[in-house]
Design a binder for this molecule. Sequence first.
Ligand code: NAD
Ligand code: UDP
Ligand code: UDP
Length: 443
Amino acid sequence: MNVIKKRIKIAVAASAALLMLVYLYKTLMTSPTVLIAANSVEEQRHWPPTEHAEQRKLQNAYEAQTALLHQQRQEMFRTKEQLAQLEEQVRSLQASTPRKYPKVKYLNYKNRKRILITGGAGFVGSHLVDYLMIQGHEVIVVDNFFTGRKRNVAHWLGHENFELIHHDIVNPLFIEIDEIYHLASPASPPHYMYNPVKTIKTNTMGTINVLGLAKRVMAKVLIASTSEVYGDPTVHPQPETYWGHVNPIGPRACYDEGKRVSETLSYAYAKQEKVQVRVARIFNTYGPRMHMNDGRVVSNFILQALRNETITVYGNGKQTRSFQYVSDLVDGMIALMASNYTQPVNLGNPVEQTIEEFAHIIKQLVGGVSEVKKIKAMEDDPQRRKPDITRAKRILNWEPNVPLETGLLKTISYFRNELARSDRFQENSRKYFESPDMERQLT
Ligand code: NAD
Ligand code: UDP
Ligand code: UDP
């Protein structure tokens, strides 16, 4: 019995010792020190490194890189958020800081009018905007920016009396106003010939919409007509009673006939719907804010002279024009709108010169070494043009008072600045597109 007991004791002790050994072995094998040692033993066993070990190294490097990228991306998002917050702060600061506007007069409710200017972002329109804003009126500009620019009226953006609406006047327009100056239409031959159908639509459908609007809200409306309604005139100078000499199917017809229909519509609405209309027949006008590429003689000659390029006279240069400075025109339009006169009124400067003479005047005022050269004539180019302004003098007590030289010097200075501006812009774009960053993005 004692022997059996002894054997059981020995067996229990042996089992316990075995269990202890197994436990000790497991603990040792999973400890980091032993693992590293085992790995290095493993590596030593497989030296030089096997494909497997290389892969693991690559995997580790990849994981480290991914973690870094993730961290950088987080930082980038944080920076972007901060930037957006800063931008928002700048915006709200700008909104709360009053912008500097040209000084406007205060008009009480009774005298202040809501005035719509179609084509108000163009050359003439923008000068009219300035005048009416400074007088203290509320001005709404409607423009499709075909030849006009936001820049022409940018100095009024945000002013409480000013509103700019991007709208094509060929489509109906429903707003509440007291007066309308309807100027929307391309005016330079290259611009109005660019899309003749659109030019006709603007001057017919556009004018119908303007007159329909005037009828609904009982607004007074001034239509910007043109000396082109006289075509290539056989009467000189041209009084308002002259019916004109227009080729109805020539390259200028879209504009000339468009404006003639515009006048016809005005008098039809006046007669039938009792709309109060004013019709200004505007002769060649020039001044700052003319479009650099409008192809008209003033901008062409000045730019050619400033660049020392050939001054291009179309045809023999014996055709004549009479040029009025834009501020004179604005005064005339304001006087016409304020009057009770409903028949057409010529607004232009009667000082007449040949285009060849005009080329030499510009060359002399600009200086430089341009050559004056005669090239191919324009089809249907009116040969003589000079307004008879007896009516404007009598009815409106208006006549132009800016001498040609004074007006041209202001216009030359404007074009000189525009050229410098466009050169600066080109230089900046060149630098930008040639910068290494941009090259990387483009390739
Ligand atoms: P402009 O081209 O500088 O201005 C015309 C404006 O009308 C532009 O802002 C243009 O974007 C806008 N416009 C054109 N089509 C439009 C449309 N469908 N809807 C809305 N806006 C549109 O020309 P400008 O020299 O300022 O001429 C203004 C007006 O005076 C025109 O009606 C023109 O026929 C008349 N006019 C000008 C002269 C002149 O020598 N400047 C001479 C005679 C008549
Ligand atoms: N019209 C507009 N704004 C108005 C009123 C009219 O643009 O506030 C448009 C109208 O859509 C129409 C045109 O002007 O195409 C001529 O209007 P009118 O009332 O003379 O003609 P009708 O609408 O009777 O055809
Ligand atoms: N003209 C010119 N060279 C030019 C641009 C115009 O000789 O580079 C002439 C044109 O043939 C016209 C006159 O200048 O006889 C006035 O042209 P513009 O286009 O200014 O207006 P228009 O009175 O013909 O509408």
